[in-house]
Write a protein that binds this ligand. Structure first.
Ligand code: ATP
Ligand code: MG
Length: 428
């Protein structure tokens, strides 16, 4: 037998019925975002490499180590998207969405690719629900965006996530902070990991995000960015905090949050939990006022977040929450013989056109085995359809929960099924 091919390390298959659960979850996320004025955008899975190296920043781990980059047959350098924001900004610029009334609020569900060490909560292909909002600079929109993420967790019944906030300033106040960080880390450079030594030269802020325990311990006493904010950034951060207070949202200020990407300005935030092990950041985002210019557009304030769906699923599981499955099969028809099989096919098709989930046996099982299968898929009703029923023109529809039956005329089956079964039984 030919050798079986295995999935690539760090990727995951989604098997039934979880695929349906996931779809329901994704629809919930998109519809909550819709209530905040967000509309869905879809962008390609691969983009020119330069989009990410410029859009995420050359000093980020993602750009330096984690990108899936290859040359295509035309000799172009292509990268599988490692995150959602850069592609959305490219699309905004390419299609002139900046000419539309502001703000532009965009949401998406997207797969992302990063060459990382696979472990629980960290994969090479993962999925993000993300939102991006363009054209609003005041702190009220930062608070609204954070409230959207919190609204998602609330709707899903998750209480184990806490909101951590920081401000990392803007190009006018960051140089002084960089200088202070450089001075602090330079004094302890012998202890830093090789990557942080390079960060010390290129972007000392990145050291605060290093996952090595030694660097993290040194970073504990590093200067705090909030002490270096310019007047405008400090005012923005105060405005954000008072709006969150007005929304009665709990948060803590964590001066260590810098976020993984270079393009953030002012607000950065994370929703974190202790319930899923080391990869506890479920959602991360912030303001990136400099990105649109970095990618060739006119200055446009912007902000967004990315929420990892696999980590969300881990939190849901850890809190014992189940996302609802779509409704199960309403009617399972068990045909006996060829004529009944054709009739079953026709009846199911009619029911489906009316939006009713209906199935019949397509593998030629015995009646007993069909009934067992109907039970397994959780069918709410079954109908055994034999030659006698065809000549009598009626069939008995059985409610699986208690065995109660109703005779339904085959002639106008769909109408009768609606009226006698769905109308009079509370079928859920
Ligand atoms: P981390 O610090 O865990 O590496 P990050 O800062 O690289 O996260 P972002 O780039 O901000 O993460 O991505 C947003 C969200 O996407 C994260 O909060 C997380 O939920 C999810 N995420 C990031 N990388 C992975 C991955 N390799 N596997 C699964 N989910 C991920
Ligand atoms: Mg990362």
């Amino acid at each position: 037998m030919p050798k079986r091919i295995q999935a690539i390390k760090g990727t995951q298959d989604v098997l039934p019925p979880y695929g349906d659960t996931l779809r329901t979850l994704e629809n919930t996320l998109l519809s909550i975002a819709h209530n905040y004025g967000y509309s869905e955008i879809r962008t390609p899975v691969f983009e020119p490499t330069e989009l990410f190296s410029r859009g995420m920043g050359g000093t980020t781990d993602v750009v330096q180590k984690e990108m899936y980059t290859f040359e295509d047959k035309g000799g172009r350098s292509i990268t599988l998207r490692p995150e959602g924001t850069a592609g959305v900004v490219r699309a905004l610029l390419e299609h002139g969405l900046f000419n539309e009334p502001m703000p532009q609020k965009l949401s998406y569900i997207t797969s992302c690719y990063r060459y990382e060490k696979p472990q629980a909560g960290r994969y090479r292909e993962f999925h993000q629900f993300g939102v991006e909002c363009f054209g609003a600079s005041g702190p009220a929109v930062d608070a609204e965006l954070i409230a959207l993420a919190a609204g998602i967790f609330r709707t899903l019944g998750l209480t184990a996530l806490r909101l951590e906030l920081n401000s990392i300033g803007c190009p006018s106040c960051r140089p002084a902070y960089h200088a202070a960080l450089k001075k602090y880390f330079a004094a302890r450079q012998d202890e830093l990991c090789p990557a942080c030594l390079e960060r010390l030269e290129r972007n000392p802020l990145r050291i605060l995000d290093c996952k090595s325990p030694v660097c993290a311990a040194i970073a504990e006493d590093a200067p705090i960015g909030l002490d270096y904010l310019c007047g405008a950034c400090a005012e923005h951060f105060d405005g954000l905090k008072s709006t969150l207070d007005a929304l009665e949202m709990a948060y803590s200020v964590n001066p260590r949050i810098v976020r993984g990407l270079d393009y953030y300005t002012k607000t950065v935030f994370e929703f974190v939990t202790d319930t899923i092990g080391a990869q506890g950041t479920v959602c991360g985002g912030g303001r990136y006022d400099g990105l649109v210019t970095e990618l060739g557009g006119n200055a446009l304030p912007a902000l967004g977040f990315g929420l990892g769906l696999e980590r969300l699923e881990l939190v849901l599981r850890a809190s014992g929450k189940k996302t609802p499955l779509p409704p199960p099969c309403t009617l399972y028809i068990v045909p006996i013989g060829e004529d009944a099989l054709c009739k079953a096919a026709a009846l199911c098709e009619k029911l489906r056109t009316k939006g009713i989930h209906a199935q019949f046996d397509v593998v030629g099982r015995s009646v007993k085995a069909q009934m067992k299968y109907a039970g397994k898929i959780g069918a709410l009703y079954t109908a055994v359809l034999g030659t006698d029923d065809l000549s009598a023109g009626t069939v008995a529809v059985k409610r699986m929960a208690d065995g109660e039956t109703q005779a339904i005329a085959l002639a106008d089956f769909v109408e009768a099924f609606y009226a006698k079964i769905l109308g009079c039984f509370n079928h859920f």
